[in-house]
Ligand binder design. Structure first.
Ligand code: NAD
Ligand code: SER
Length: 316
């Protein structure tokens, strides 16, 4: 029987690309895209689309039952920067939505669930270079606390009820299709828009702040890779480290300058600097590589060229 997939949060930075890729694999009619807000035409007209608030348990059950859904990709969340502005509301959205999805998966015996975690699960006491899969985890942001709690719930539902949940600790994701959704790594997306529009960017992180990043194509490939891996290959039932590449605002600026020589960046750090300083500078993702073959293809040079070309098209 062909799987039927529900994407929750299809209008966001990841959902807007993952939904299209899933439709290529499973067929347009077999991927039901949902979000609390309208999505791009490509998604709403390319296959089934519904407005859905993942916190509305009754409607969520209705959508899953009516469409005979077998797998869920749950992407709705409040990201690190925005979550610090509304801690309690963000905790509520991030946690209740996951528990809704896990409960539903248990009750309706869905085959698989994908829910992303983040490098935000680590904190100031974690080793920051080549952060291992298993290490000290004491996050100090509401987003990081919610992601760590989510990982524990995912593992709990697997061991207690057999819910086959899979997860990646995404680093900062870089893409051009949809703008980033309020995170600490967003500078690495915004910088391309400002380089094209104004040849000038005011960066909210300091020039030597190293963070792990990944180009969206690699993130989508990894997401589908972990979901399609045979269950016996999944040794980590919380969430897998995913490294991508690490760079600083200064290094990214220098790469952009190779294409736009008079591009200028000024640095005005804000509350997101403290968040970035509590996160890893680089990640060890060997467990994901060994278990199910994680592989990244994009380096800083290649992603910069693609970002400048594709963001450039939006303003030409
Ligand atoms: P985003 O903010 O761009 O998209 C989230 C989507 O969820 C939005 O379209 C939003 O409208 C929707 N949403 C919010 N509340 C909802 C609700 N109550 N019901 C239904 N939909 C709702 O976020 P993203 O960057 O696409 O991230 C997706 C997931 O990946 C999140 O769990 C995020 O924590 C995780 N993640 C993202 C990154 C990154 O760099 N983008 C890194 C690590 C982890
Ligand atoms: N990109 C995300 C954020 O900055 C990491 O989870 O919030």
């Amino acid at each position: 029987m062909m799987d039927k997939i529900l994407v929750i949060g299809c209008a966001g930075q990841i959902g807007s690309e993952l939904t299209l890729e899933l439709r290529k694999i499973y067929g347009d009619a077999n991927v039901v895209a949902t979000d609390i807000k309208p999505a791009e035409k490509e998604i709403t007209e390319g296959g089934p689309f519904e407005i859905l608030d993942v916190l509305d348990t009754h409607r969520l059950f209705g959508t899953v039952s009516r469409n005979k859904i077998t797998q869920i990709y749950h992407l709705a969340a409040i990201l690190s920067g925005n979550a610090e502005k509304k801690p309690i509301a963000s905790w509520h959205i991030n946690m209740e939505s996951l528990l809704n999805v896990l409960e539903l998966s248990r009750e309706l015996t869905l085959s698989k669930v994908f829910w992303p975690s983040s490098i935000a699960v680590f904190g100031p006491t974690t080793p920051r270079i080549k952060t291992p899969q298993f290490t000290v985890m004491e996050p100090n942001t509401v987003y990081g606390i919610s992601k760590l709690a989510g990982e524990r719930w995912l593992e709990y539902y697997f061991h207690k009820y057999g819910v086959d949940g899979r997860s990646l600790r995404y680093p900062g994701l870089i893409s051009y299709k949809t703008e980033a959704g309020g995170g600490t790594t967003d500078y690495a997306v915004e910088i391309f828009y400002e380089a094209i529009r104004n040849k000038k960017y005011d960066c909210f992180l300091s020039e030597n702040t190293y963070l792990p990043m990944q180009f969206m194509d690699d993130a989508i490939k990894a997401t589908i890779g972990v979901m399609e891996a045979p269950a016996e290959k999944i040794s980590v039932r919380s969430s897998y480290n995913v490294a991508g590449i690490s760079f600083s605002p200064k290094e990214l600026t220098n790469e952009i300058k190779k294409n736009i020589p008079d591009f200028k960046v000024d640095y005005f750090t804000d509350f997101r600097q403290a968040i970035a300083d509590s996160w890893p500078k680089s990640i060890d993702d060997n467990v994901a590589r060994q278990d199910w073959g994680l592989k990244n293809s994009y380096d800083i040079k290649r992603l910069t060229e693609i970002m400048l070309r594709e963001v450039g098209k939006k303003f030409s």
